[in-house]
Design a protein around this ligand. Structure first.
Ligand SMILES: [Zn+2]
Length: 451
């Protein structure tokens, strides 16, 4: 199905349109602005309804996009935030259609719906919309906090190393703390003795100038040690230990490795292997390399209107003419497709109903496999528990000979279960010591016959 492009054609602005309002009286400015706000609310609700329908029908797929977000930003040039917000609100409003009315009438704005989205249900949606109508977001947040109180945020004091210390990057724009670049970790123990922020930080990449980017992220201890190690190994060729240079070299190396692993991309191909020659689905490494280079590591789907999908994630090889219909693993018959367009191509080849059945079957099998795995894990846990319970048996007869009975034996079993890997001798020593003086005293003054 073609994307209804006519619906989304940009508005044509009249050539003589004036954007000046200087000729209007004050009350007219207020009136026209108010009318524009009313129109904007109604238009927003219309946009959400159209967007939601387009999203539900997945019309972005034949239009050459791998997601609704990519379609909104790519085909309609929305900002990433605006696209995200409208998609989220449209999906929520399709679930609770009264939201369309609330937006159209200006009772709720998009940010307000975003705040409410997580707590709405069929029973509560009317109540929430009434409570949040015409309220600023700060008041909606208060309403939510009253209804769903959360615990206080724990007080945390974290030591964070000065920006120039850990990575040898001169981040202080004033230059007061500028130091020569040096290998990482040289001063970390002195400058960050306490725990640093361990929360997963989002990577932020900011363009600084043509070809230059500011990259900020948080490394795990292990990654930090790897970085130090690579700096040391590159000591001869990068004596300054410059982090940007080291990371650049490491990424280039890892990218080659991944491309080789995923798509057999290499400058020095080995003679063809016949290991999989019998499989009709096997794609020879030489074909993989040729397709990878030809498609540029990008989804090769092109829509009827000529849009080339830009997805580079979740891409895989796809037979243009399916294997089931005799399609061969030749360079001409193989292409790279993202997972979304792979499914789209399969629906075009076999029909949506057939593919829905296949997907349901795959889901069922996956659920079955998960259940089997969970059952196996539970069985192993039961076996371990049984073994731990059985383990004290090797000290119980000895304890009985020593005269222990009843509660003492039960206590001994628990004590042994707490040290499952210990030898019998260690268990016995541990148990007798733990049972305490009272029992020993009882043994001393009331010797019993061996059982
Ligand atoms: Zn694609």
């Amino acid at each position: 199905m073609r994307a209804p492009r006519a619906l989304f054609a940009p508005a044509v602005v009249p050539a003589l349109k004036s954007w000046s309002r200087s000729h209007l009286a004050d009350h007219e400015v207020v009136r026209t602005f108010t009318a524009a706000v009313v129109r904007d609310c109604a238009t927003t609700a219309e946009l959400l309804a159209d967007l939601g329908e387009l999203d539900a029908r997945r019309l972005y797929v034949p239009a050459g996009y791998a997601s609704m977000h990519a379609y909104c930003t790519g085909a309609h040039h929305m900002s990433e935030d605006a696209a995200f917000k409208r998609i989220r609100v449209a999906r929520t409003a399709r679930q609770f259609p009264v939201i369309f009315d609330a937006v159209a009438e200006g009772r709720l704005n998009l940010s307000g719906v975003m705040l409410l989205a997580a707590c709405l249900s069929a029973e509560t949606v009317d109540e929430w919309i009434a409570a949040a109508s015409h309220k600023p977001n700060s008041e909606i947040e208060l309403l939510l906090a009253e209804r769903f109180p959360r615990p206080d945020v724990a007080t945390r004091v974290a030591a964070i190393a000065p920006p120039t210390g850990l990575l040898g990057v001169d981040a202080d724009a004033s230059g007061a703390c500028q130091q020569a670049a040096r290998p990482v970790g040289m001063t970390s123990t002195q400058q960050a003795p306490g725990p640093v922020d361990a929360s997963p930080a989002r990577v932020r990449v900011t363009p600084l100038a043509p070809g230059r980017f500011d990259l900020r992220t948080t490394l795990s201890q292990e990654a930090h040690e790897d970085l130090r190690c690579v700096q040391d190994l590159l000591g001869h060729s990068v004596p300054s230990g410059d982090v940007a240079e080291v990371i650049g070299r490491a990424l280039k190396c890892y990218r080659r490795e991944l491309e080789k692993r995923r798509f057999a991309a290499t400058d020095r191909p080995r003679p063809g292997s016949r290991r999989h020659a019998g499989s009709s689905r096997h794609i020879p490494a030489a074909v993989q390399r040729a397709v990878w280079e030809r498609d540029g590591g990008q989804c090769a789907f092109v829509s009827d209107s000529g849009h080339h999908c830009e997805a580079r994630r979740h891409i895989d090889f796809d037979h243009v003419e399916p294997v089931a219909r005799g399609g061969e693993a030749t360079t001409a018959n193989i292409r790279l497709l993202c997972s979304v367009h792979n499914q789209h191509a399969a629906e075009l080849a076999y029909g949506k109903g057939f593919m829905d059945e296949k997907r349901s079957e795959a889901k069922r099998q996956a659920a079955e496999a998960r259940a089997q795995k969970a059952a196996a894990v539970a069985a192993r846990a039961r076996e371990r528990a049984a073994a731990e319970l059985a383990a004290p048996g090797d000290v119980i007869p000895g304890l009985k000979i020593l005269g222990y009975r009843g509660d003492d034996l039960r206590c001994a079993a628990k004590l042994c279960a707490a040290i499952p890997g210990a030898t019998t001798e260690v268990r016995m020593h541990h148990v007798i010591k733990a049972l305490g003086r009272a029992s020993m005293s009882r043994l001393t003054h009331a010797p019993r016959s061996p059982v």
